[in-house]
Unconditional design. Structure first.
Length: 193
C-alpha cells in the first residue's frame, strides 16, 4: 500500500528485510555481556570500514547527545540493522555515498514537511517507512519502547527522537543500497516513485 503523497521513495521488494534477519543478527550478538560487547565492537569496526559515510553520519548524530540511554540505543540499533543488511545481502550491498545519505535526509525532511502542512494527513513519515520495511521498524519500535519503559524517568525523549530519526535514515539508505537481482523487473509503484 502506498500513501497519496510521499517524498520517500518506495523500497524495492528485493531489499525488504525479514524478521528472521534481525532476529538472527540479534541472536548472534547475544549471549553474555562480554561476548556481546566484543561482537558489537567487531561489527562496529566492519561497519566503519564498509559503510564509512553512513557510519560517520550516524556517529556524528549520536555524538550530539549526552543521554546514555539514547546513545546505547542508537549504537545498538544502528549496528544490528547494518549487520542484518550485511548478512542478508553481502556483496549485493553497495557502498553508500554522501549523496545517498543527503538524498535520504532531504526526502525525509520534505516528507515530514508535506505531512505537517496537511491537516488531513493521518500518516506520519515513519509510518510510510514502516510500510516499506515493516519488520525493521517493528524491531526498532520494540527496542525504543523497551528502553523508554525501563528508563522512563532518566531518559531525554528528544535525544531518543534524534536517534530514531537517524535510524530511519539508515534504514532507507541501506534499503536503497541493495543491488537489484539481475532478472529484477520493477513494479509500477517502484517506477513511479
Amino acid at each position: 500500500m502506498w500513501v497519496r503523497s510521499a517524498a520517500i521513495r518506495p523500497v524495492p521488494f528485493y531489499a525488504r528485510l525479514g524478521r528472521e534477519a534481525l532476529a538472527d543478527a540479534e541472536e548472534w550478538l547475544g549471549g553474555d555481556e562480554e561476548v556481546t560487547e566484543q561482537r558489537l565492537n567487531e561489527v562496529f569496526e566492519r561497519f566503519e570500514r564498509r559503510q564509512s559515510i553512513l557510519a560517520d553520519r550516524i556517529g556524528a548524530q549520536l555524538g550530539r547527545s549526552n543521554d546514555e540511554v539514547a546513545l546505547a540505543l542508537g549504537y545498538y540499533l544502528s549496528l544490528v540493522i547494518w549487520l542484518s543488511f550485511e548478512r542478508t545481502y553481502g556483496s549485493k550491498l553497495r557502498r553508500i555515498t554522501h549523496t545517498d545519505v543527503t538524498s535520504v535526509e532531504e526526502s525525509l525532511a520534505l516528507d515530514e514537511e508535506l505531512r505537517g502542512s496537511d491537516p488531513a494527513e493521518a500518516v506520519d513519515s515513519d509510518d510510510v517507512i514502516a510500510m516499506e520495511q515493516p519488520h525493521v521498524l517493528a524491531f526498532v519500535h520494540d527496542h525504543i519502547d523497551a528502553a523508554l519503559d525501563v528508563h522512563a524517568h532518566q531518559v531525554d525523549v528528544d535525544a531518543v527522537h534524534s536517534v530514531y530519526r537517524i535510524i530511519l535514515i539508515e534504514v532507507l539508505a541501506l534499503s536503497y543500497a541493495v543491488v537489484p537481482p539481475e532478472d529484477y523487473v520493477a513494479t509500477t509503484s517502484e517506477i513511479h516513485a
